[in-house]
Ligand binder design. Sequence first.
Ligand code: SF4
Length: 312
Amino acid sequence: MVTTTAQAPTTPQEDPLATPAPVQGAAPQADAPDPFDGPVMPGHLSPSGAAVYRQCPRRWKLRYIDKLPDPKGIPALVGTFAHKVLEDLLALGPEERTLDTARVMARDLWPATAADSDFVALELDAEDQRRFKWKAWLAIEGLWELEDPKKVVVRATEQRIDVHLDGVPFLGVVDRVDVEHDGIVIADYKSGKPPKPRYEGDKLDQVVLYAAAIEQAFEERPVRARLLYLGARTIEVDITEAALAEAVGGLSNTWSQLLADCEAEDFAPRVGPLCGWCPYAERCPEGKAEVTRRYARGLLTPAAPAVAAIID
Ligand code: SF4
């Protein structure tokens, strides 16, 4: 039988808990700062992260630095489900991209969505689940109102890109990279309402950034980028030097401001109507006051999630 005997330290310095610590230097004094304190810097920026920061720096901090949960509501889950079905559909050969195939795919994918923790947390009854399915199906079916999927030449779906744009570590997932007669085209599905014309440019920023990232990653500049508002309309932009410079410049500015906030550990609240849909309103004094004020004036619907969380 082999027995082992622990070796007793021969000198006090060999005790790893000795003071001073043997390797790492002096043991912390009672007034030493918390070693885990200090700025936390983000590793990358995605278009959605940049949009959250521009909407409200504090909301960005709570989500991306503190990593507090941001559960998806019905619209986001409908969008995720429709995206998944269309991703799988467009990965098939052109002749297989039919409504019947999409319906079968939706049926097969449904159990996974129904079991998703965000979906379960919604606690939808049978009637609400039926309505959810209809919303998702109308979004899926809405692709045929915008284009004939059989005629789309797809180079890639769900293309992940991880590049540096003007020094910003950029991370994104492109729904589709298509091939058209004059070059490659970025396409991104949207299941919400299309924006008013004056906001179209802001919305298209996301796909212009994807175009910049695709060019960086594959050394091929897309000719166009478009948003497919399922069941509604398409908006698109030509990819020019000026369009790329504006979108990447905006991203770079956001990144600089965001890093300055991280260094200072100071993230200003930006109150407004969207506080009513902020998952962190309860823990944000300014946002809580804004939700209370807006609700009292009839400016926020009782259905807004923050109203339900804050107002008794
Ligand atoms: S409640 Fe309003 S101000 Fe507070 S974090 Fe959310 S969006 Fe920002």
